[in-house]
Write a new protein. Structure first.
Lengths: 114, 284
């Protein structure tokens, strides 16, 4: 029982790592900068082309960690203070997708795909 | 202060619920001396959360972009597996509750390896743990002004409140019957696992691993999943205001498959065993 459980976990890990590899090996889509500073997103409205994947380059300039979260985009990412990270977003249908800083919920914004 | 209180209460609530349930479970099966499985699992969860929090702060580049996602997906998958396993096991026992108490307990400890309890406690704490660590850390570094202190205090009180709720479950859970406790918690764990399963599927969808699907419904005007109530429901039973078809479908899929496993019709029949020295009637 125990060893089969371990084997299962090992399979899960191998699967996830290959998934990560496959995702990072894809073509480079356009990068869209987004900054968190003074408890706000800059800009707080991001316009993107619909049906085209893109990368959000999120920089946290504030002194504390932020969490970029969007239930619409299925993204939940902690951005430590002073760090920059990339979030790949799949091609979006035309529409509005909201996001917020889950650690500081006054900071909100939205992505408009058109 | 109120804002940070709600955030840590929400992050800590799931962990507190699971810890409350596993301790009550051990108490119910008369395995108080095995509380250490839950305690160690929970403590390891806290240590892993701090370690991941430190690691995330130190990482950069692609590791920071994808590392935490891969870890959180792995935790979700393991959590779904152990929750299902444990829920299934409790359901079996809720049914087979008649009979000699001591035999039942020995059986429980033998058939349900107690280390599963440790894994359950670990994943329960670790799932939102690193996030909470980073959140608290940020607040504490800002706690130089009165408003900074108020925020940090609110966050600590939120965690304390979550822990109190977990304790209340443990206290209250001791007074309800074993059968009811098992039945109620196995349903709750089923919904919790369904929510996680669907979240995992959604993450894979967003990462481009699973095919993209359109929005199944939009109830964000009625109950927003970023709000206080919606946020709690999201953590506990996987409520989503704007799920994709894939997420809604995987939620349902999990519920049907795991539900069928848990609630198969009728109690498990005890194996009829002929007393020694007698020939069973049908064999004669």
């Amino acid at each position: 029982m125990r060893s089969s459980f371990k084997r299962l976990i090992a399979c899960v890990v191998v699967g996830l790592v290959s998934v990560a590899g496959a995702v990072s090996a894809a073509d480079a889509p356009p990068e869209i900068p987004l900054t968190i500073d003074k408890n706000q997103f800059q800009p707080n409205e991001v316009k993107v082309k619909a049906n085209t994947p893109f990368v959000l380059v999120i920089t946290n300039k504030s002194a504390k960690a932020a969490e970029f979260e969007s239930k619409d985009l299925r993204v939940e990412k902690v951005v430590p203070a002073g760090k920059t990270l990339n979030v790949r977003i799949r091609a979006l249908k035309p529409g509005t997708y909201s996001f917020l800083d889950d650690f500081n919920q006054q900071a909100t914004g939205r992505i408009v795909a058109e | 202060m109120g804002g940070t209180f709600v955030i840590t209460l929400r992050e800590g609530f799931e962990a507190a619920l699971i810890m409350g349930i596993v301790y009550t479970y051990l108490q119910k099966i008369g395995a108080e001396r095995h509380y250490r499985y839950a305690t160690r699992g929970g403590l390891l969860g806290v240590l892993a959360s701090v370690a991941l929090g430190v690691l995330v702060t130190a990482l950069s580049g692609p590791l920071l972009d994808l590392g935490p996602d891969v870890i959180s997906l792995a935790v979700i998958l393991v959590a779904v597996i152990v929750l299902t396993w444990h829920g299934y096991w409790m359901q079996q026992h809720a049914r087979a509750v008649k009979g000699d108490v001591q035999r039942r307990i020995d059986e429980a400890q033998a058939s349900h390896r107690l280390w599963i309890i440790g894994v359950l406690a670990f994943t329960g704490v670790f799932r939102e743990g690193a996030e909470t660590v980073l959140f608290l850390w940020g607040l504490l570094t800002q706690a130089t002004s009165p408003s900074g202190w108020a925020s940090a205090t609110g966050a600590v009180l939120g965690l304390a409140m979550a822990a109190t709720l977990g304790w209340a479950i443990f206290r209250g859970g001791r007074h309800i019957s074993l059968q009811r406790f098992f039945a109620v918690t196995s349903v709750f764990l089923l919904l919790l696992a369904a929510g996680m399963f669907s979240t995992g599927a959604g993450r894979l969808e967003a990462m481009g691993v699973l095919p993209q699907s359109s929005m199944a419904w939009d109830t964000s005007l009625v109950l927003d999943d970023h709000g206080v109530v919606g946020g709690f429901l999201n953590g506990l039973v996987g409520y989503r205001a704007r799920p994709s078809w894939l997420e809604a479908g995987s939620y349902l899929f999990y519920l049907v498959v795991a539900g069928a496993l848990l609630f198969r019709s009728g109690p498990p029949k005890p194996r009829a065993r002929a007393p020694k020295g007698q020939i069973p009637a049908h064999a004669a």
